[in-house]
Structure formats: C-alpha cells, structure tokens
Ligand binder design. Sequence first.
Ligand SMILES: Cc1cc2nc3c(=O)[nH]c(=O)nc-3n(C[C@H](O)[C@H](O)[C@H](O)COP(=O)(O)O)c2cc1C
Length: 175
Amino acid sequence: MDAYECVITKLDVREFGHRAVPADVKAKVLEAGRSSPTGMNTQHWRFILLQEPANVTKLAKDSTSGKWVEKANFAIIVLTNPKYGFHGIDAGRATQNMQLAAWNFGVVSGMYTGVNTEALRRDFAIPAELNPTIIIGFGYPTRKITGKKKNRLPLSQVAYAERYGNPVDLKKLSG
Ligand SMILES: Cc1cc2nc3c(=O)[nH]c(=O)nc-3n(C[C@H](O)[C@H](O)[C@H](O)COP(=O)(O)O)c2cc1C
C-alpha cells in the first residue's frame, strides 16, 4: 500500500487475533519510532517493547483507559521527557509513525493514555524523568479492516481557506 492509502485507511483497533506478529515487523515498527522527528531533534523518547504475555497482562492491569491491550500480541510504551514543552507532540508523531508502519504490514493497533503511573513505573522500571505518555497495542485484526469508512467531520467543517470560518472549496484549489 502506498503512504497516502496507509494514512487514509488506518484505524485505531482494540481487538486482536491470536496470530503472532513476526519479529521483522516488530523491528520495523520500532525503527519507524526511532525515525520520527522530535523538537530540536532532542530524541528524548524511549520505547519499551513488551512481548512477554505476562508483561502485556501487567500492562493492562496498570491501565485505566486501555484494558483492551491485554489481547495485544505486543505493546510499546512511549516514554517522553516532560521538561520539553513539546514532548506530547513528539510522542504523538512517533506513535503515528509506528502505527502506520504496522498497518503497512497488515498489523492493526490502538493507543491509550490512561495509566496508573506509579504502578507502571514500578512494573517496567521507568525512570522518574520520563513520562509514560502513550501506550500502543499491536496485533493482527480479528476481522477484515478496510478503513474505508472513518467517522470524521467533513473537510468543509474543519479546513478553511485564507481565514478562519471560510470553508475550503475543493473545486477551487489552485495548482
Ligand atoms: C491523544 C489521544 C488519546 C487517546 N486516548 C485513548 C485512550 O485512552 N483509550 C483508548 O481506547 N483510545 C484512545 N485514543 C484513541 C481514539 O479514541 C481514536 O484515535 C479515535 O477514536 C479515532 O479512531 P479511528 O481512527 O479508528 O477512527 C486516543 C487517541 C488520541 C489521539
């Protein structure tokens, strides 16, 4: 699939099948995270890969808004340093890159942010200076995902031309 199709069809999925994701796909997902941009190229993110079922179960127990991660084949904790005001943006960009890389290989994923921070720190040896900012669960889908139907506002409602409130007319784009 090309990059545009990958972006347009990618959904956040919270159900996963039993089939194991191959090691080379996991490696590429991590590489996509490492390739991500950061403010001032600080590269303060760190990624904890969880593929031991007992650890994925622990991760789910430490979650407040992502219990579904229990069924993931593997998961990644995205850590960022909150001393950088833009750290959440950096976490988001790395997360989306990793999710898109996975989707390119037919692996679906979902992300969540709600965690019991103290429990997560203790269970996965997370240092005090880093925040567990986003958690992503990955796996193969249980049903066919086309991503053709997305629940999104129409472009006319979210994209404006030249000034706020002036809807973009796709028939009048220059170029
Ligand atoms: C900043 C952010 C925080 C999110 N937090 C959670 C969460 O805590 N739990 C969860 O299940 N999904 C979470 N999501 C997933 C969103 O619900 C999902 O991306 C959105 O509904 C669009 O999904 P779709 O692309 O499949 O249509 C979060 C997404 C974003 C971007």
